[in-house]
Design a protein around this ligand. Structure first.
Ligand code: IPM
Ligand code: MN
Length: 368
């Protein structure tokens, strides 16, 4: 078996965390004789500096020719004054559009070992396991018309737009994911105010008839924002439009205890895209202290969704759990002064050895 991927480390902590993710991907593939080839290319701010564009032609071409893309993060304060279309973020949005993946899966899981990192009480968060399926190619992020207009006073406008097929395709992914989990979908909208949300609700309701084994409910986004932190265990799969999903997925990070833990997979298009949910974190970039687990867990999602190599994905996820259970933590997960924080590379190394242990143990178990 062979896997050919493009790695886009990007800006800020992106290169530090993707280095560890690639290391783990290679380690698990080596264990099973799965061959991985990878090429690295610039995206975001580094690409602006080097090529004058946040998504250079060579980068895009390499991505389109690979089976999957693993991205770190884009953006940084030095680019904040650039016009919207030239910022590092616009490179990421152009990449998402070109790759075509419309369903962005963002799981947030409460790990027992780091329950104390969540600002939520342990009895609220314990056992929570939410999958946000965020529509990624539509809505207000891409709707036209958009822009600034000069009149008596300066104005700006954006357009939230959805078509039935755009809603149907992401709804199917959400129901299919729910069938692999607890068979429940919560569709999140603002149908009391927005036409796009009314269409969203009608369409998701219709798609649900094809999945009689999945229970569907609907929730307004404001209520969902509250429920996520008061009763996260009441959710299984949440399906929602692009901007609501962006906001709710950062909020859902409180379930895990750190944004650094969160992974994502974008599927359904020509080439799948994997990226941790956290950003470039310029304040800690270059210090080797960032949490690589979100990026590593994104590599696990790559094995599951693109390579259909569930065992490899499971090994990485078990290894992450084991490293946390043994008490190792990057600085974002250390509460008080109780213990020394591990560096990004140390955590990568620990996950690498845990992957070997986990797969050895499973092989031994299957051999008896
Ligand atoms: C995310 C990020 C991006 C988004 C930015 C960097 C464009 O916040 O992936 O959640 O808004 O989609
Ligand atoms: Mn975001």
């Amino acid at each position: 078996m062979r896997l050919n991927i493009t790695v886009l480390p990007g800006d800020g902590i992106g290169p530090e965390v993707t280095r560890e993710a690639v290391r783990i991907l290679r380690a698990v593939c080596d264990l099973y004789g799965f061959e991985v080839t990878h090429e690295e290319h610039p995206v975001g701010g580094v690409a602006i500096r080097e090529f004058g564009s946040p998504l250079p032609e060579v980068t895009l071409r390499a991505c389109l020719e690979s089976q999957a893309v693993l991205l770190g993060a884009v953006g940084g304060p030095e680019f904040d004054s650039l016009p919207p279309g030239q910022r590092p973020e616009s490179g990421l949005l152009a990449l998402r559009k070109a790759l075509g993946g419309f369903a962005n899966l963002r799981p947030s899981v409460a790990y027992n070992a780091i329950a104390d990192c969540s600002p939520l009480r342990p009895e609220v968060v314990k056992g929570a396991d939410v999958l946000i399926v965020r529509e990624l190619l539509g809505g207000i992020y891409f709707g036209e018309p958009r822009g600034f207009s000069e009149g008596a006073c300066r104005e700006a406008h954006n357009t939230m737009r959805y078509s039935v097929p755009e809603i149907e395709r992401v709804a199917h992914i959400a129901f299919q994911q729910a069938q692999l989990r607890k068979h429940k979908v919560t569709s999140v909208d603002k149908a009391n105010v927005l036409e796009t949300s009314q269409l969203w609700r009608q369409t998701v309701t219709r798609v649900a008839r094809e999945y009689p084994d999945v229970k569907l409910d609907h929730m307004y986004v404001d209520a969902c924002a509250m429920r996520l932190v008061t009763d996260p265990r009441s959710f299984d799969v949440i399906v929602t439009e692009n901007l609501f999903g962006d906001i709710l997925s950062d909020e859902a990070a409180v379930i895990s205890g750190s944004l650094g833990m969160l992974a994502s997979a974008t599927i359904g298009g020509k080439v799948d895209l994997y990226e941790p949910v956290h950003g470039s974190a310029p304040d800690i970039a270059g210090r080797g202290i960032a949490n690589p687990l979100g990026a590593i867990a994104s590599a696990a999602m790559l094995l599951r969704h693109t390579a259909k190599f569930d065992q490899g994905a499971q090994d990485i996820e078990d290894a992450i759990r084991e490293v946390l259970d043994k008490g190792h933590r990057t600085a974002d997960l250390v509460r008080g002064r109780a213990r020394r924080a591990s560096t990004t590379a140390e955590v990568g190394g620990l996950v690498e050895s845990a992957v070997a242990d986990v797969s050895d143990r499973r092989r031994a178990y299957h051999a008896v």
